[in-house]
Design a protein around this ligand. Structure first.
Ligand code: PLP
Length: 316
């Protein structure tokens, strides 16, 4: 929701593109059909630290002249075909909120090419549009979105630990995957040569048809084994949330969704993203962090495998 709220707070209208159920990342097959003459930008969110399909997204964005804003809140040091996420599109956004790999308590970072007009303007948005080389001049209406020096110092110290942190997360996540094991009806997080999955979180999906009980009962049983899983990252797709579906916007107004400056029509009650719905109903989610060791992960994986084995339908 952090992504969606940021868009609305700029008086822009978020349009939901469906996701690929195994990664929860933007599905390029659904992107082109959602582009209208009013579209300006596409925001691939690299969910859980796994990269979105950037080659296809960049090609579609280029064809339609869209800016690509990569949401790397969960993808610090994620690699896509050897390139760091955040450096592929026009703009990369990183969150330093307290659950993220690198945190400054709160805050974040935006990156863009320094030699581009956009990069320069973004830089000025951290200082009220004031280029410090000029004496008290403000070039355009701009916010003061800078981190405090204290927060920056904390984030910089953590940045030095990022690579070992990611490697620790990867080792234990892979230990968990091998302990759960590939089996019918279970889709584990993808490990592929072209991506460095940085495991902000660990989510796998189950096909309810292959088990004698539903996903929620599997979650309860795994929790009873002492593993703190949750039923998917989100309980429902974002467009079903009351404030979007029922247009609860600024104060008592319905702006920007219903507004003299917006000539489109967005009714979130009519949106349907089947891939996202599947993620919400089949995902099993776990917070992840670098303090989880491979032996701990193997113990968790054995408990999960025991529950899945117990409820597996005969002959699947
Ligand atoms: C994918 C994603 N995008 C955006 C945000 C928003 O970041 P922040 O809390 O720094 O505003 C978050 C997390 O908070 C997130 O996980």
């Amino acid at each position: 929701m952090g992504t969606v709220i940021a868009v609305l707070l700029q008086n822009a209208i978020p349009v939901f593109v469906d996701v690929q159920p195994d990664t929860m990342n933007l599905d390029p097959d659904d992107l082109e059909g959602k582009i209208t003459p009013r579209s300006n930008a596409v925001i691939p969110v690299h969910m859980f630290g796994f990269p979105a399909d950037m080659d296809r997204i960049m090609a579609i964005a280029g064809k339609h002249n869209l800016i690509v804003v990569e949401d790397c809140a969960q993808a610090h040091a994620t690699l896509y075909k050897g390139r760091k996420c955040g450096s592929i599109g026009d703009v990369g956004c990183f969150s330093f909120q307290q659950t993220k790999h690198v945190t400054a308590g709160e805050g974040g970072m935006v990156i863009a090419r320094a030699d581009s007009l956009r990069g320069r303007k973004l830089q000025l948005c951290a200082d009220k549009g004031w280029p410090r080389e000029q004496y008290r001049e403000h070039l355009f209406l701009a916010p003061n979105y800078h981190l405090s020096d204290l927060q920056a110092a904390v984030a910089l110290a953590q940045l030095r630990k990022l690579d070992p942190m990611v490697e620790a997360r990867r080792r234990s996540a892979m230990a968990l995957s091998s302990a759960i094991g590939e089996s019918a009806g279970v889709t584990l997080p993808p490990e592929v040569p072209w991506a460095r999955y940085t495991y902000f979180a660990y989510q796998f999906t189950v096909d309810p048809g292959k088990f004698t009980v539903g996903r929620d009962r599997l979650v309860e049983a795994i929790r009873a084994e002492g593993v703190g899983v949750l039923p998917s990252y989100l309980p429902k797709p974002l467009y079903e949330y009351d404030f979007l579906a029922n247009v609860k916007m600024y104060n008592e107004t319905r702006c920007p969704l219903e507004c003299p400056y917006y000539h489109g029509k967005m009714d979130y009650r009519t949106v349907s993203c089947p891939g996202m719905q599947r993620c919400c109903s089949t995902g099993i989610f776990m917070q992840w962090n670098e303090k989880i060791t491979p032996p701990m992960a193997r113990t968790m994986g054995a408990a999960i495998a025991k529950v899945l084995g117990h409820y597996r339908r005969q002959g699947t």
